[in-house]
Structure formats: C-alpha cells, structure tokens
Ligand binder design. Structure first.
Ligand code: HEC
Length: 146
C-alpha cells in the first residue's frame, strides 16, 4: 500500500508538480524511482507545445503572422498519459476546445486580433491544467501576451 502511494506521488510530481520542489522531494523520499522516470508521450507533446507556443509568441510580437497549423498538436487526442492519469470526459472536452482555439489562429477571416486568439488558446492550456495538473501553470502563464 505504501509503495502504491509513493508511486502515485511520484507520477504526479514528475508531470504536474512544481519543478523547483520536485527534485528535493524526490531525492528525499524515492531516490531509486528517480532514475526510472520516463516522460510519457503526453508529457513530451506538452513540452513540444510549450516550446512551439513560446516561439509563436515572439513571432507574433515581432509582427509575423503564423500560416500553418501545427498538425502535431492533434496528438493531444491520442497521446498516452502517465500512469494514474485518465482521459476523462472533461479532458476530452477541453482538448477539443483547445485545438479549435489553436485552429482559429490560422483563420484569416477572424474578427478578433491575433493576440486575443493566442491568449484564448493559452487560457485553455491553463483551464485543463486547473483540473489536476497545476504544477506547470506558473510557466504557462508566462506565455500570455500582455
Ligand atoms: C486537455 C488538457 C490539457 C491541455 C489543453 C494542455 N495540457 Fe499540458 N498537461 C496536461 C496533462 C494531463 C499533463 C501531464 C501529462 C502526463 O503526465 O502524461 C500535462 C503536462 C504538461 C507539462 C509538463 C510536461 C512534463 O515534462 O512533465 C507542461 C509544460 C504542459 N503540460 C504545458 C502545456 C501547454 C503550454 C499547453 C497549451 C499550449 C498545455 N499544456 C495544454 C493536460 C493538458
């Protein structure tokens, strides 16, 4: 039972915990598991999306209009999650809303500004993370265009 609890704590820390706290706690409580951590397909996709959005933000700020929807984002519908995480109905609903918001960035007939549409998509990253993966939120918030 104890082992089970530690494993859950570990899976949570690696993908969703606050990065600064993560190492200290892991070192103290589960030093062996640390070496065994392999990021899930979803965690890799998330980091890819993060980097893409950070680049897109600086492009938008320098006046470049994005032209091509990043097809790899669609993997959010199928990517494997870390153990102990489920694709709930709410998860599916937010994924869908997020992808639609991303697609609107490439809609040349949109009436909202590119900045507004960009921030709508980032806020949907945050909405999903608010459902139980809160660790990365402070980092994601930095993507918002002020
Ligand atoms: C529909 C829900 C959902 C949306 C939308 C979403 N995320 Fe995530 N995110 C998750 C989940 C769940 C995990 C944990 C993945 C795992 O452990 O398998 C995660 C993990 C992460 C991580 C940590 C990855 C790691 O190395 O462990 C980052 C960073 C992240 N997301 C950033 C983002 C950004 C940036 C966006 C928007 C561009 C975004 N997320 C949109 C659900 C979501």
């Amino acid at each position: 039972m104890m082992r089970f609890i530690i494993l859950i704590g570990f899976a949570f820390l690696c993908s969703c915990g606050q990065e600064t706290k993560q190492e200290a706690i892991v070192e103290k409580e589960v030093p062996i598991k640390y070496d065994m951590y392999v990021p899930s397909e979803m965690a890799n996709l998330m980091n890819e999306m993060y980097n893409y959005k950070a680049e897109l933000k600086s492009d938008i700020l320098s006046g470049t209009v994005p032209t091509e929807f990043p097809e790899q984002f669609l993997k959010i519908h199928t990517a494997e999650l870390s153990d102990f995480k489920d694709r709930t109905e709410a998860f599916e609903a937010v994924s869908k809303a997020f992808i639609e918001a991303e697609q609107r960035l490439f809609d040349s007939t949109a009436t909202q500004s590119l900045e507004t549409r960009f921030n709508t998509a980032v806020n949907l990253c945050i909405s999903c993370h608010n459902m139980g993966c809160t660790g990365p939120i402070p980092r994601i918030q930095k993507l918002l265009i002020k």
